[in-house]
Design a protein around this ligand. Structure first.
Ligand code: CU
Length: 648
């Protein structure tokens, strides 16, 4: 047989090229199959027991058709149900139709129910009261109008009444005329109080009564625009009223009109599952933070007023026993909207620097400890990337006794594409507290959800690198799917299983009594292509942390429903011998990744044959009165299912 001759170099090159081309063509033609294979491998890997034990596991929660809502707010009630509040859900059509939504989700049987929502609580503030009701205050009175859509010049008109002979009432659409004859109409009815007589010794002066109202120019376009303060005559007045009653406006322009705040306030009752109206707030507030103080009062901090202006430091106080709000001029202090506030063991309020923007981009942005008795403010220095606190999150690290607050991620002011991966930690127990560097997150991130877990770790999940999931470093969309678990002891993040749903603005994650974490919401500015408007993310996911795959859970078989601060109580468990820690987890009430409520309090622990005796700390700044989830955690970090306990 004639030996086969070795092919020439040219021939070999051509043949090699042909093979390459054939392989490439086959690969391209079968790309879906290659992707399917990779997907199958991934699915196989994340479902392996060993993977779940290390990284946990995500699952979608099927939501029945009629119960898909835009989850803007979420809170865990002491009945074990999750309150999911949309209000109008950042949907202008829903707002105009007065279609306001709230649903309840019961994680024990995956049942959803609808809750009647009387007014638009979209972007209210909330916090739990000592009796377990959720105080919900503020919301949306008007939607924003972008500059391009403002056809009629508009502005805030202050109507003055210099007459002491009683108030003056004006219907909606009352006409006001400028010196040049331009006409403007009021957007709402209003009543202007009478002038007040004020006597200083022998002198008496009158302080004009005043009330504010939006006015819109009758004519379209720029002609009615006024950029300097001016006085306006009210049409139809007669006699001395012509001189005594008039309007004054700083400016009437075609600038963007911000969302306007509402002043309605409710206590949501977890037992009757109803919003129960309380006295209104003194101020209208859109994006306020509500925080309970050691005495049981709640303060409402910051927000935009009914005309979309940031409140210049006017905060107010809720008296739960009287179910009403009172002015708190003694607490005058300016913060941006949704400030990240945390109650400290000594009863002060720590402002982490986290916020949702609006107002000044310099004032009120410095973190510090706010003494709410004396209204003094001790700056906490050292925060890195201090210009990227908007849309950051902050969390009181577990256990609360350590008094350490971590700030995570965040972005530049407004619609900036900039964001940061930094975390910093402030030890509030230090003689001069300051932020020191924590470990970086895997990627720069805004809107990161943080959830304190019963084993003294913190799950961080969701968020996006760009503003509202939008453009970041050349990519049109920037949602993040990586999750991680922070270990305070080791001061390190550990990789967790990846979520499958992107969550950015208007998203939240909260711990459930069974130890799982539910994640909801997401409000991207753009769709996948980055060219069209985005749609609100209504899918829900549930994350099971690694501790749920590591073996038998300890069990709590009995115990009291109420425990006094500073006292101890006995809880039955057949697993006493292996119980390593006991924690009280205060349920979350979160919006815009601002969760003032969540905290984990370490309890004193004594084991006996058939149970454990736990001791609740004495300081109300550490354990504010209210309902908590008691978790017993074993020596492998496996938590029990929670038992609800009310701390008095
Ligand atoms: Cu919002």
């Amino acid at each position: 047989m004639k030996p086969r001759t070795r092919p020439s170099l040219a021939r070999r090159t051509v043949s090699g090229l042909v093979t390459l081309v054939v392989v490439a063509v086959v690969a391209i033609a079968n790309r879906p199959m290659v992707a399917v294979a990779a997907e199958a491998l991934h699915t196989y890997q994340i479902n392996r027991q060993s993977y779940k034990e290390r990284h946990g596991h995500w699952a979608r929660l099927p939501v029945p058709r009629g119960f898909k809502v835009n989850a803007i707010h979420a809170a865990l009630l002491h009945t074990g149900k999750v309150l999911i509040i949309a209000g109008s859900g950042n949907n202008k059509d829903a707002f105009e139709e007065k279609s306001f939504r709230t649903v309840l989700y019961d994680p024990r049987d995956d049942e959803f129910t609808e809750v009647h929502t009387p007014t638009d609580v979209f972007c209210a503030g909330h916090t739990f009261l000592p009796d377990g009701k959720l105080l919900v205050a503020g919301g949306t009175k008007s939607y924003e109008v972008l500059e391009a859509d403002v056809e009629h010049a508009a502005g805030v008109m202050k109507i003055k009444n210099e007459s002491p002979d009683g108030p003056r009432a004006f219907p909606k659409n009352t006409r006001l005329l400028s010196a040049t004859g331009e006409a403007y109409r009021t957007r709402a009815k209003l009543t202007v109080p009478a002038a007040r007589k004020v006597t200083h010794g022998p002198h008496a002066t009158f302080h004009a009564g005043e009330a504010e109202v939006w006015v819109d120019a009758e004519a379209k376009g720029d002609r009615p625009v006024v950029t300097t303060p001016a006085q306006y005559a009210i049409e139809g007045l007669t006699g001395t009223d012509v001189r005594n009653v008039y309007g004054i406006a700083e400016k009437i322009t075609r600038e963007k009109q911000e969302y306007g705040g509402d002043r309605t306030s409710y206590e949501f009752d977890p037992v009757t599952e109803r919003y129960v109206r309380t006295g209104d707030m003194r101020d209208h507030r859109w994006y306020p933070t509500l925080i309970g103080l050691t005495g049981g009062d709640v303060i409402a901090v910051s927000g935009l007023d009914q005309f979309g202006r940031i409140l210049p430091g006017r905060n107010e106080r809720y008296l739960p026993a009287q179910r009403r709000w009172v002015a708190a001029p003694e607490l005058k202090r300016y913060f941006p909207t949704y400030p990240g506030l945390h109650l400290t063991a000594d009863g002060r309020v720590f402002y982490s620097g986290s916020n949702s923007g609006y107002g000044s981009d310099t004032e009120g942005r410095t973190p510090g400890l706010w003494n709410v008795e004396r209204n003094t403010f001790q700056v906490v220095p050292g925060l890195r990337d201090p210009h990227m606190n908007e849309t950051s999150s902050s969390v009181l690290l577990p256990p609360a006794q350590d008094q350490k607050v971590m700030i995570l991620g965040g972005g530049g002011v407004g619609e900036s594409e900039e964001s940061t991966a930094r975390t910093d930690i402030a030890d509030l127990d230090a003689p001069s507290p300051r932020y020191t560097p924590g470990p970086d997150l895997p990627k720069p991130v805004r809107y990161l959800s943080t959830v304190v877990l019963p084993d003294d770790t913190v799950l961080t999940t969701g968020g996006s690198s760009g503003y509202r999931g939008g453009p970041y470093r050349g990519e049109p969309r920037s949602d993040l799917f990586n999750s991680q678990i922070y270990h305070p002891r080791r001061n390190a993040f550990e990789k967790a299983a990846e979520s499958t749903v992107g969550r950015n603005y208007h998203s939240e994650a909260i711990l459930l009594p069974d130890g799982r974490v539910i994640t909801m919401g997401g409000d991207p500015l753009y769709d996948k292509t980055g060219k069209n408007a985005g749609t609100f993310e209504q899918r829900i996911e549930i994350y099971s942390p690694p501790y749920l795959f590591r073996g038998e859970r300890p069990e709590i078989t009995g115990g009291p429903a109420t425990v006094d601060r500073g006292s101890s109580a006995f809880f039955g468990t057949p697993d006493a011998a292996r119980v390593a820690t006991a924690r009280l987890l205060r349920p979350s009430a979160v919006t815009h990744v601002t969760d003032v409520d969540q905290r984990s309090v370490a309890l004193g622990l004594q084991r006996s044959a058939d149970g454990v005796r736990v001791t609740v700390p004495e300081e109300s700044g550490l354990v504010p009165s209210g309902w908590y989830m008691l978790f017993l955690v074993d020596d492998k970090g496996i938590p029990s299912t929670a038992r609800w306990v009310r701390v008095r």
